[in-house]
Design a protein around this ligand. Structure first.
Ligand code: NAD
Length: 366
């Protein structure tokens, strides 16, 4: 009964438990909302220690996707899936094909994509069983690695934040500290360097540091020091929850704008703490929507990177809208972003039964 109460509180429409012991599949697909469109969200493969842990994760993540899609102005709802297993040892063709059949059984209410523990090759196995999958290889007409578009979106978001906070239209000579120089951090560092920004960076992986340092001028600092760098912008691009009761008092930046998901350990507490310190926070799901915009462009089967990049520019205006609402009502930006997304969903909900099936088509890749 606790599960039903949780679903009711979080507002999920549907949760599918997927079991196929013959291939070792234990998965959960959560569709949070299909008000604006089908629930699109990645497939996470992770060795969860319990069913409850997996369920909590998929419910939280699918709800987050609803807000991300709504904020980005996309005709998408929120969904997410988890496979309980170790991505290093438990992957097989049959596992992903079996998962693909479960996705197909939802008839387009849920569209899957890559996430932690799953990659383009897994998406292609899923694609043998369903067309409701994005993030397949460009060789099959898909959009491939989204991180360059995500980084471009973060750059647009930084420009909006700099305009709002400093009334400046350029990132030239702005100092930016990048926490995590992986896929997105790497592209972001290169794009910022081109804009004339002064860079600081950190990573736990020496190879990631080396790859960025060999292409741009960047001052590398320790992983614990990055939040204390005296800079204009801190860009969290590693894991979630790096902004919390311990780190926020140490920050010496004016703006937080980065790609990582779930940057605030506690959305409301930490959002308010940043506001109190006068630090402008670009809500994570608004600024990092470039990856979602990229796979959205795969639907219908005629993916064009140029179009995805152009749509990603919209993040600038989306963030400006969040900052305006925050100022008007004296809210933390994290709360303002939530309100804006909810306003869009509620307005469309009033229209009654859904009609998006007419314009959302599966990817049609071969
Ligand atoms: P990634 O795994 O390629 O890079 C993350 C990097 O962070 C790695 O190099 C890792 O070594 C480093 N790291 C881990 N812990 C660290 C620590 N404590 N201090 C410093 N560095 C640390 O992942 P990515 O694709 O670049 O994504 C980065 C973040 O952005 C993630 O939170 C992801 O969920 C989010 N995101 C990514 C995309 C995308 O298109 N890839 C889209 C939206 C959101």
């Amino acid at each position: 009964m606790k599960v039903f109460q949780e679903l009711a509180e979080m507002g999920h429409e549907r949760v599918l438990l997927c079991s196929n012991p013959d291939v070792g599949l234990k998965a959960i697909i959560a569709v949070h909302s299909t008000v604006l469109g089908p629930g699109l969200g990645g497939l996470r493969m992770w060795p969860f220690e319990s069913f409850d842990e997996a369920l909590t994760d998929v419910l939280r993540l699918s709800r987050g996707m609803t807000y991300k899609a709504a904020s980005a102005g996309l005709n998408l709802g929120g969904g997410k899936a988890v496979i309980i297993g170790d991505s290093k040892t438990d992957k097989s063709e049959a596992l992903f094909r079996s998962f693909g059949r479960f996705v197909d059984s939802l008839g387009g209410l849920y569209i899957t994509a890559e996430d932690v523990g799953s990659d383009m090759e897994d998406m292609e196995l899923i694609h043998t069983e369903t067309q409701w999958v994005t993030g397949v290889s460009p060789a099959h007409g898909g959009s491939g690695d989204p991180s360059i578009v995500t980084a471009w979106g973060v750059l647009q978001g930084m420009k909006a934040a700099v305009k709002w906070h400093f009334d400046d239209v350029s990132l030239k000579n702005r100092s930016v500290a990048i926490q995590g120089l992986g896929s997105v951090g790497y592209h972001l560092a290169k794009q910022l360097y081109k804009e004339g920004a002064k860079l600081f960076g950190t990573d736990i992986d020496a190879a990631a540091i080396e790859s960025v340092s060999s292409e741009v001028e960047i001052e590398i600092v320790g992983t614990d020091e990055i939040v204390e760098v005296d800079c204009d912008i801190l860009a969290p691009c590693a894991l979630g929850a790096t902004l919390n009761e311990e780190s926020i008092p140490k920050l010496r930046c004016k703006i937080v704008a980065g790609a990582a998901n779930n940057q605030l350990e506690d959305e409301h507490r930490d959002g308010a703490a940043l506001q109190e310190r006068g630090i402008l926070y670009a809500p994570d799901y608004v600024i990092n929507a470039g990856g979602l915009i990229n796979v959205y462009n795969e639907l219908g089967g005629d993916y064009q990177r140029d179009r995805a990049v152009r749509m990603t520019r919209g993040i600038y205006l989306n963030l400006m809208g969040v900052f305006e609402i925050a100022r008007e009502y004296g809210l933390p930006t994290a709360v303002a972003a939530e309100k804006l997304a909810e306003r869009r969903i509620e307005t469309v909900k009033k229209l009654g039964s859904r009609h998006w099936g007419r314009f959302i088509r599966p990817n049609g890749h071969r």
